[in-house]
Structure formats: C-alpha cells, structure tokens
Ligand binder design. Structure first.
Ligand code: SD4
Length: 337
C-alpha cells in the first residue's frame, strides 16, 4: 500500500515537474514588417496595408520599398547621388519564402529596380542581371526608361564633389529630424547620408520575404556594385528560420556574407538582435577596431516567431518596425563602437 502510494505520488511529481519546466511556445507575432532607416516608416505603411489584408510578404516587401524608390525625400532611387562619372546606377534584390530570388545591379534610368529584380526572379531562369542587359530586360518588360538628368539635390552634391573629386566612403548615419536620439546637431537636419532601404516581413500565413534597394554609394567608381543585390550579403531569407538585410559599407557586408550569416546565427537559436550583433562583431574582427571606426554597417532581422532586432557598428543607425495599424515606430540600432 505504502509503496503503491509512493509510486503514484512519484509519477505525479514527475509529471508536475515536466509540466512546470516546459516552456510554452513563444507567441508568434505576425504579420510584422521591419525596414532600415527613417524612410522605413513610410515604406512600412505600404507593406502593412498588404500584410494586414492577409497578403503575401513578397508583395509587401516589393511595394513597401517602391515607396522609397519614388520618394523625393530620400537618396534611394533615381533622385540619389550619382557615381563619379555623373550617372545614377541602382542595385536591388528580392527573395521569397521558397529560396526564389532575383536581383539587378548597375541598372540605369529605371525607377523601380526592385520590381525588375522581382521579374528576374519570376520570369527568367537567372538570379541576377546587370547593367545594359538588366536595362534591356526592364524595357522589354515594359518599364519606362527615365531621363538621365540628376535631381537638383544630386546635381548640387555632385558639383560640390567634383571640386575635389576625392572618394572617401562616408559613415552612414541617420541625419533627419526624426524623433529618435541620433540626429547629431552638428549635421544639417533634413539631410540624408545613406542610400538604401532593406525590408523583411513575415506575413499572416507565416511566410517570410525580403527586399533591398539602393543607389549604392554616392561618387563610387563607375560599375561599382555593393552588397544590396548580392543574395546572402545584402539580403537573405530562409523560411524555416528568419530573414535579414543589411545597410552601410557594402564591401564589408559582402566580405562576411552578412545577411546569410545573420540567418545562420538565428538558426543556431540566437534572437534576431543577438544574431545581428554577432555579424557586426565578425566585421569588426575581420577589419580591426580602428578601421571599423571609419565605416558603418547595420543589420536588421526577423525570425519565424516574428521577433525582430537590429545592430550596427556605430551610433546612428535606426530601423522602422510595424506590427499593427498603430504600431509603426523607429528603433535606434544598438551599436558596438
Ligand atoms: C552599398 N549597402 O551599396 C549599400 C549602401 C548603403 O546606406 O546601405 N547605404 O554598399
């Protein structure tokens, strides 16, 4: 009798222990969309409309960044700074939840490179088209060829740059009047010194997608391509795990296959913020602290649970997060140096 009582209590005790130590699965926050820099707020709004109606993450990330590509207030797209020969050249990439991806690089006179990247993904057997070939494809797909003329701001900046013609990559920080804490007062407010938007989203069906579009760095060498159109560097999505995108000094993102690395860190169980941090640390390790002080790189990521995070080398990077009609806000990226 005593023994039987002991056994039944024991088994009860065991099951009580097992129950209390079992972590309930994390609540899944979806849909959700995040994107780089201040301009992400407006881009998120367009993406959110789609996500909130049950639409696919792929449509959301395309239409979201199209807002920024058309914006006169941001240096992404045809209004941006030109290369050192005076031409605006654009890079973009897109990736869905099934490892389908498409990109364009060194593309001129096309307003929406992100949509051309999507057509490359959906209508060709290839992943990437560049330069003249990318433009030819875009025109054949019905994209209008825009004027070569620089925007007024870009023209002014280019004329200014020509005085010295000195190429020095700038440290990307947010310079706008945003209500976050990183608008250094010594810099003119209302100015941008970055040229990219990266966006990743998780839709109501639990699928992830991402997009990234940029004019690259102003006054770059003609033909220079950054990380943004390189799948695995500027953007990566693995629907089992998460999605990540990058901004900043593209060469250093490419060197470590940055966005792929962030996703792989999430696969190992790291929270998106911790995964972004580890990728930033990898860059600093590769480059050394002193040289890293001269550049900026920021990563943002979401995982399958809709958890999100961002991290950067130095103060001044921010990103926009949206997961409800009244929840679309900027977060300052934590930084290492
Ligand atoms: C590039 N990563 O072309 C881009 C530039 C950028 O904010 O992110 N600018 O290297």
């Amino acid at each position: 009798m005593q023994r039987r009582k002991f056994i039944s209590l024991g088994s009860l005790g065991l099951s009580a222990f097992t129950f209390s130590s079992f972590k309930s699965p994390k609540a899944i926050r979806k849909p959700i969309v995040i994107s780089t820099w201040d301009a992400g707020i407006e881009a998120n709004k367009a993406a959110w409309k789609i996500l909130n109606n049950g639409g696919p993450a792929l449509d959301a990330v395309e239409q979201g960044v199209m807002v920024t590509e058309s914006s006169q207030n941001c240096c992404v797209g045809l209004g941006a700074n030109p290369d050192r020969d005076g031409f605006v050249t654009l890079d973009a990439s897109i990736m869905d939840h099934q490892f389908n991806c498409g990109s364009v690089a060194f593309l001129e006179r096309i307003k929406h490179p992100i949509s051309v990247a999507r057509r490359v993904m959906e209508k060709t057997p290839h992943v990437m088209l560049v330069g003249e070939g990318a433009q030819q494809f875009a025109v054949a797909e019905g994209f209008p060829l825009e004027s070569e003329q620089l925007s007024d701001d870009a023209k002014r900046a280019y004329e200014n740059w020509l005085k010295k013609s000195e190429y020095k990559p700038v440290i990307n920080i947010e310079r706008t009047k945003g209500n976050h804490s990183f608008a250094p007062s010594k810099l003119e407010s209302g100015e941008w010194n970055h040229d990219t938007i990266g966006m990743v989203a998780l839709d109501a069906h639990g699928n992830l997608s991402g997009s990234c579009t940029t004019s690259g760095q102003g006054f770059k060498m003609r033909g220079r391509v950054g990380d943004s159109p390189i799948i695995g560097a500027g953007l990566f999505v693995d629907n089992e795990v998460g999605a990540a995108t990058a901004t900043g000094q593209g060469e250093d993102v490419i060197r470590i296959s940055g966005s792929h690395l962030v996703v792989e860190f999430m696969r190992q169980g790291l929270h998106p913020e911790a995964a972004c941090k580890k990728a930033v640390e990898r860059i600093i390790k590769a480059k050394g602290i002193e040289k890293s002080k001269e550049i900026q790189v920021g990563f943002i990521a979401i995982n399958k649970q809709g958890e999100y995070g961002g991290y950067c080398i130095q103060k001044g990077f921010n990103f926009a997060v949206c997961y409800a009609d009244d929840q679309n806000f900027l977060e300052d990226g934590k930084f290492i140096l």
